[in-house]
Design a protein around this ligand. Structure first.
Ligand code: IFM
Length: 475
């Protein structure tokens, strides 16, 4: 907390177009494996990411989450930093291997103790805790028994959810079951780009179903235990045909939209898989793993849908193109290379695509309150000579996407809040520490945290509950 930055902070009234609704929730997000470190402490068991990181060639430069941001030991300092930034809410995830080191069976109370302390620290600083139960760190022993391709994992997840709720439910109001099940299923079991590194299309669709079933079972258990607000976070794709007038491109977009969006949204919010996606899955696997009654369980009522958005997808028909490994059955479909401005992870920047996405969910799944549970940009800026981190590119990204949120709100979308990804630089999965999404810079040698200019800008956005054209850094 050494750098300072001048941010315009007049109290002039904001035009309603740049002001967010009263009660709009402002926060930042992280995930357990990405920040905690302490992988061998207090009885934590191994996760699939511990294993994956130790498999040569899987993660950039052999990086691991062993230490990460050392948040396990520095959470008091980190919560103080959140309070300084004015966060009203903090979205963090619970590491299942800390709670049940074998995935099922005995509970490790020292693991629960950590989240107990963290939650108390947040509440003591006036920050509302928003818990995600699963952000990709599956206990390795569950993977050894089939992972998300097995129904047992869905059942185990509901048990784990109850255990965590029994300890934190008196203080945590908002419970998110899963983060981005698309990534768990398609990257974990399709392309193998993420842990557990499996490449098997049949397992992808079994994983999709068991993740959704796990969500439904956990949602039901949380609700009957008295959880106030239950949610799931998806990363729906903002997918468009490259040429909307071209029927083959439109057909390509239907398949990709089905695999990324409708295969999750339809059972969650309408109670059944879309017919075209049932047919699609059946090309790869016998669907008998979808049992009678499962879709009704998945359709458990949710209070809010978490939406993570970073970049759009444009697809076209291109005969001869092999299927993408993370999208089984997409032979003949081509993804357009990013055009225009991109972030340093290579993702195209298009705020209007966020508005389109929110409008679409609002239109096709009416009555669904939404929350942006992640949005942000990877830029590698480090300290300048003055010690500060002048990440104006990130400010522009965030500003543009917050304006996109306001546009959606003006179209009638029930958008309740926004969580920046991420509070601080952290372990970016297969990219290791090479990509930095943080509002706060982390020096991984010293573990020093320094708020970037974007953190100070965001602080001012929160204070104002809005944006201002004059509110840019240094003006
Ligand atoms: O870092 C991830 C996060 O864990 C899930 N959503 C996307 C982020 C950026 O890749």
């Amino acid at each position: 907390m050494t750098a300072t930055v001048s941010v315009e902070s007049s109290d002039e009234p904001l035009a309603s177009g740049v002001r967010f609704p009263d009660g709009f929730v402002w926060g930042a997000a992280t995930a357990s494996y990405q920040i905690e470190g302490a992988v061998n402490e207090d009885g934590r068991g191994p996760s699939i990411w511990d294993t994956f990181c130790r498999t040569p060639g899987r993660v950039h430069a052999g990086h691991t989450g062993d230490v990460a941001c050392d948040h396990y030991h520095r959470y008091v300092e980190d919560v103080a930093m959140m309070a300084d930034l004015g966060l009203a809410s903090y979205r963090y995830s619970i590491a299942w291997p800390r709670i049940q080191p074998d995935g099922t069976g005995p509970v490790n109370t020292r693991g629960l103790d950590f989240y107990d302390r963290l939650t108390d620290e947040l509440i003591g600083k006036g920050i509302d805790p928003v818990v995600t139960l699963y952000h990709w760190d599956l206990p390795q022993s569950l993977e050894d028994r089939g992972g998300w391709a097995s129904r047992e994992t869905a059942e185990a997840f509901a048990e784990y959810a109850q255990i965590v709720h029994a300890r934190l439910g008196d203080r945590v109001r908002t419970w998110t079951t899963l983060n981005e099940p698309w990534c768990s299923a398609y990257l974990g079991y399709g392309s193998g780009r993420h842990a557990p590194g499996v490449t098997d299309p049949a397992s992808v669709f079994k994983a999709v179903h068991h993740l959704l079933l796990g969500h439904g079972l956990a949602a039901r258990a949380l609700r009957s235990a008295g959880a106030q607000s239950v949610s799931i976070t998806l990363n729906p794709a903002s997918v468009l045909p490259l040429d909307p007038e071209n029927a083959a491109d439109v057909e390509a977009a239907r398949i990709v939209d089905g695999l990324n969006n409708r295969i999750f949204l339809d059972p969650l919010l309408r109670g059944q898989y879309p017919d075209d996606m049932r047919e699609h899955m059946a090309r790869f696997v016998d669907l008998s793993f979808i049992r009678d009654g499962d879709e009704a369980i998945i359709n458990a009522p949710i209070d809010v849908l978490g939406v993570n958005y970073y970049t759009p997808s444009y697809v076209s028909a291109k005969p001869g193109t092999p299927s993408a490994p993370d999208a089984p059955g997409t032979d003949g479909v081509a993804w357009r290379e990013p055009v225009g401005p991109i972030t340093d992870i290579g993702w195209q920047i298009e705020p209007a695509a966020l508005t389109r996405l929110l409008d679409r969910i609002h239109r096709d799944y009416p009555g669904t309150p939404m929350m942006i549970t992640e949005n942000g940009a990877s830029y590698g800026d480090g300290p300048s000579e003055d010690g500060a981190i002048h990440d104006t590119n990130r400010i522009e990204y965030l500003d543009g996407h917050l304006r996109a949120c306001l546009d959606a709100i003006s179209h009638g979308v029930d958008l309740r809040g926004y969580f920046a990804w991420s509070l601080m630089d952290n372990f970016e999965w297969a990219e290791g520490y090479a990509k930095r999404f943080g509002l706060v810079h982390v020096d991984y040698t010293t573990q020093q945290r320094v708020p970037k200019d974007s953190a100070r800008w965001y602080q001012e956005v929160i204070r104002r509950n809005g944006l201002t054209d004059q509110g840019r850094i240094g003006e």
